[in-house]
Design a protein around this ligand. Structure first.
Ligand code: SF4
Ligand code: SF4
Length: 394
């Protein structure tokens, strides 16, 4: 009995200490301090990458100040649909995700591997990496970076380019308070709140005459930066308001993926007629793989100078939707669009789990938005499940 009481007291103290520690990690930023944060990161030698508007879409690029962020804009999304519109407020992060992901900075679309001269001298291109600060990383995107870490750093073959680019990354995450039409992170457990792996986690509170960020320090580097820019501790009310906005976001999702038994379902139904139906619409354009924050397939190509004295080998993003991607001794293994869609779909949702211990899909919805014919990964998964139920009912 005595031991039980000691255990209960210990647990209560642990909980209280945890709460206190948690509370002490929350700071308050007003909008000008967001600019100070960017300036401070640049002062520490980071190239700061954040969301900006380019050609009608919100993409990621280097920024120098908070004024370059897409203030007051939201992105309306649907299957094969993306438009920006005014929100009617001054929110800095009032949108979700666009066609870019952080993959393009950690695992560039095109990178030189080496140069070789006619004399046979080989000069490797040792990618050195640089200090990168990502501003506005969503929960799904943080999960995607964690997936890439497993794929490109976690096995016996470490990717030297990714490893160099990933080494000094400072992450400012943003919790989502308004999910987009194609988001389904809630159902796959990656959002709307950012999980672990960030240095600073922001929740933007805007409306009803207030505009501030509750900033949670996720690392000692994040905490010291928040203190360096003079952010004060957030009050209990401010922290509660931010938490309430995230809780409310959980009720606003319109899309979901039923992951219950999904891997086995897909393994048992590789001949589902749904794949042939999708192939009737799929253009094999590869958009879905290029916008996906976790797809990592590449190819290599050689280019030579006109004189033929120097050749370079480059690596560039490729896609399993390209027929040549599975070309082996005389022909592609997956010659039909059906087999290529099935390869991508089952890799994302099933075989990836066997390879890396996690799903290859983090629920960002990009492949739905940027598919020109609006093919929706959640709907196709639901159809396969439904067909199985229909067959077993007959
Ligand atoms: S498969 Fe689609 S929804 Fe899933 S992570 Fe890739 S782009 Fe996002
Ligand atoms: S599913 Fe859509 S985005 Fe992907 S290859 Fe087919 S048509 Fe292109």
């Amino acid at each position: 009995m005595k031991a039980r009481y000691i255990y209960m007291i210990f647990n209560t103290l642990k909980h209280v200490m945890g709460e206190l520690r948690d509370q002490s990690d929350h700071y308050l930023l007003d909008p000008p301090l967001l600019g100070e944060l960017i300036t401070a990161l640049r002062g520490l030698g980071y190239s700061v990458i954040g969301p900006v508007v380019r050609e009608g879409a919100i993409v990621y690029d280097e920024i120098e100040s908070a004024s370059q962020l897409p203030v007051g804009l939201r992105d309306r999304q649907g299957p094969g649909y993306y438009r920006l519109e005014e929100r009617g407020d001054k929110a800095f992060f009032g949108f979700v995700v666009g066609p870019h992901s952080w993959k393009r900075f950690l695992y560039p679309p095109r990178v030189k591997l080496f140069t070789v001269s006619r004399k046979g001298e080989v000069t490797p291109n040792n990618v050195l990496g640089k200090k990168l600060a990502f501003i506005g990383v969503r929960g799904c995107e943080l999960a995607a970076i964690s997936v890439l870490d497993k794929v490109l750093l976690g096995g016996p073959y470490v990717d030297p380019v990714y490893s160099a680019m990933r080494r000094e990354v400072f992450i400012v995450a943003v919790n989502c308070t308004e999910p987009g039409e194609n988001c389904f992170c809630l159902s796959v457990g990656t959002g709307p709140e950012a999980g672990s792996g960030y240095d600073i986690g922001l929740t933007e509170v805007v409306g009803d005459g207030v505009h501030y960020f509750v900033a949670k320090a996720g690392s000692s580097a994040g905490k010291s930066l928040l203190e360096r820019i003079g952010a004060r501790r957030a009050t209990d009310e401010e922290v509660s308001e931010a938490a309430a906005r995230i809780e409310r976001a959980r009720t606003l999702f319109r899309k979901g993926l039923d992951v219950n038994g999904l891997k086995d379902l897909l393994y048992k139904n590789l001949e589902s007629p749904v794949y042939a139906e999708v192939a009737e619409r799929c253009l094999a354009c590869a958009n879905c793989t290029l916008v996906c924050p976790t797809c990592f397939c590449t190819t290599v190509e050689e280019v030579t100078t006109l004189s033929g004295n120097v050749a370079e080998r480059w690596r560039r993003w490729d896609s399993c939707f390209n027929a040549d991607f599975s070309y082996i001794h005389g022909g592609p293994i997956r010659s039909s669009r059906m087999s290529r869609y099935r390869q991508w779909f089952t890799h994302k949702l099933a075989t990836w789990i066997d390879q890396f211990g996690v799903m290859g899909c983090v629920g960002c919805g990009r492949c739905i938005t940027w598919c020109p014919v609006g093919i929706d990964i959640t709907e196709e998964a639901a159809k396969i499940r439904q067909r199985v139920l229909e067959v077993s009912a007959t």
